[in-house]
Design a protein around this ligand. Structure first.
Ligand code: ATP
Ligand code: MG
Length: 224
């Protein structure tokens, strides 16, 4: 773990959040989590990175291009939110560790913070080269309804060694620390959104209005 410091030109090292996922489609829960992370950690920017080819689930319903476009529409709410298409451009399975390695190569001195929901974090030991993630980024775990709060022993051990108690402490190192953010509770999922769209029962309140318009204009999620 390296203390966050200065860049070679004397500027403070940037604080960069990284949020991956299928975003099939992006919903208000994703955006609320992203905005909460920007605020809690005073991030300079947060990369929203849609997954191209997932390892542990079936392919997305919408195409990578459609998911990128919906994310760009949703991300317009704050100019620190940036949509990053590196996983969509990379062939093969989209592994988070590869994404963090490429970001780390581009931003050697940055504080990198991987932002994950508690449901995703509970399954971390199943991710490719999962322990290496802590050598590349800090991790912010955001609470989520229905997420398991019992973790495999190996994950518990990592958290015990790495857990810090504030956003300031999380960003004091460039990588390797873990913060559990427990005060968020957004009961929205893309699965629920897709089901509601298929049943034509709205979902409007779960999505940014620009995303609703895009979905309607392109007839997405009508017959999943
Ligand atoms: P799906 O139901 O298709 O799995 P999802 O809503 O879980 O969709 P993903 O794209 O799988 O969305 O999630 C991307 C990331 O955002 C994951 O780390 C996930 O835990 C997190 N996330 C998504 N929705 C929420 C939410 N409502 N609260 C907290 N974290 C969330
Ligand atoms: Mg999910």
């Amino acid at each position: 773990m390296q203390a966050a410091g200065l860049e070679s030109d004397g500027r403070p090292a940037p604080l960069i959040g990284v949020m991956g996922g299928m975003f099939d489609p992006v919903h208000n829960g994703h955006i609320a989590v992203a905005l909460a992370a920007l605020k809690a950690l005073a991030l300079d920017e947060l990369r929203l990175i849609p997954c191209h080819l997932p390892n542990h689930r079936g392919p997305a319903s919408a195409s990578a291009q459609e998911r990128l476009t919906m994310l760009r529409l949703a991300a317009a709410v704050d100019d620190r939110l940036r949509v990053d298409d590196r996983e969509c451009l990379r062939p093969g399975v989209s592994y988070t560790v590869d994404t963090l390695e490429s970001l780390r190569a581009e931003h050697e001195t940055a504080v990198l913070v991987l932002i994950v929901g508690a449901d995703a974090f509970a399954g971390l030991t199943g991710w490719h080269r999962w322990q290496e993630i802590f050598g590349l980024a800090n991790v912010l775990v955001v609470s989520r309804p229905q997420a398991l709060d019992t973790w495999p022993a190996a994950l518990q051990e990592e958290v015990q060694q790495r857990q810090v108690s504030s956003g300031e402490l999380l960003c004091a190192k460039t990588q390797g620390s873990v913060l559990l953010l427990k005060d968020l509770y957004w009961d929205i999922s893309s699965t629920q959104v897709r089901e509601e769209l298929r049943r034509h029962s709205g979902a409007v309140s779960l999505l940014p209005p620009e995303v609703v318009s895009y979905i309607r204009a392109h007839g997405l999620y009508a017959q999943d």
